[in-house]
Design a protein around this ligand. Sequence first.
Ligand code: PLP
Length: 449
Amino acid sequence: ASMRALTEDADRAYELDRQHVFHSWSAQELINPLVITRAEGSYVWDGQGRKLLDFTSQLVYTNLGHGHPRIVEAIQEQAAALCTVAPQYANGTRSEAARLIASHTPGDLNRVFFTNGGADANEHAIRMARLHTGKHKVLSTYRSYHGGTQLAINVTGDPRRWPNDTGSTGNVHFFGPFLYRSPFHSTTEQEERERALDHLEQVIALEGPSTIAAVILESIPGTAGIMIPPPGYLRGVRELCDKHGIVFIADEVMSGFGRSGEWFAIEHAGVVPDLLTFAKGVNSGYVPLGGVAISDAIFQSFAKRPYPGGLTYSGHPLACAAAVASIEVMEAERIVEHSAALGEEVFGPSLRSLAERHQWIGEVRGVGAFWAIELVADRETREPLAPYGGSSPEMGAVIAATMANGVLPFANFNRIHAVPPINISAEEAGEGIRALDAALGEARAAVAS
Ligand code: PLP
């Protein structure tokens, strides 16, 4: 069958999906997946031929939009030249992808171990940290997501961990900073930073620094709510790690590759982690790819003894070709600068003006093309419009109204995230925000009636 014909036949796609496809994170018979038959730039088309602005970048990964011709051509050319080669060989495309990635990661993160995605990148980063330090425990935050494999889901701080937190040892969770819902009763960013660092210092002291291999953090927590850490927080974490011989792992799977208006979100803090994990935006997810960028010190740990880990598809040429093309496009088209400008000139001002007009908006926060709208039932109590880990008729109405206004929304509990491709034009971004504006009004009216 022609792939194009398979992709465009919406009825058959839906019918066979329901018969044979088992979906992530879902009660299989309670879902009704939207068929996507076509995509271009910042838009997708559903099975009814309806055009939707993709304000999700799928799962926040098509950073250069759909069908970018340079990336598609690179994959086609690589497929014709050398479609695959095992990881033990050297391959020019993989070498170039590693060089380009290392040229943009901060500090001395000069080596790249390639994985298939973000979860396995975090698994390997933790394995490296344990072997490098000879210690075992891993500290991570509540309100985080690090992936769906056994260790990564145990490190995660999200309700998806709850049914899975049976099979892994040494995971300890602590509270990261989140001023709007401060676990420390802070009223200012400075208080939140100081108290969050005091809290982490106490967790390290009470767990025992001699038992802790790593602290893993999303430089800006993504799915959990795009909480920008207060100034000085990540530097404080870096200092605590240095003081206690703990490896600092920055998870940049969602926040990396321009999403935050820097190549990597940790650059906003001027801090260099020991390991940095990436996936998603490295090649806009056109072919699965993730990896770990490794400091010189940790590299030295494996210079003369073997690293006990690997994957059949580590550094797959098709995925690496897509990464080379993506990074070249980002450099040539100044996509990181564009992302920063979108945040300052479009998302920041227009979402704040939305917050003035809609009672349901408790807070908007973000940077670059990475924004969260926190919806509340009551602005005084900050009661979320859906409970943590759950949904509500109000959130259901917001999502439905957003789609009825032509926009595919990213929703998580009581939040809507505005996370479009980072090469979206200011006009398209404005179109999406106007749809959210209309949707919030319509949803409130619908729920009230
Ligand atoms: N880390 C973060 C911050 C993520 O957002 C994700 C995915 O959403 C992951 C890790 C897991 O990546 P993957 O789904 O590619 O395994």
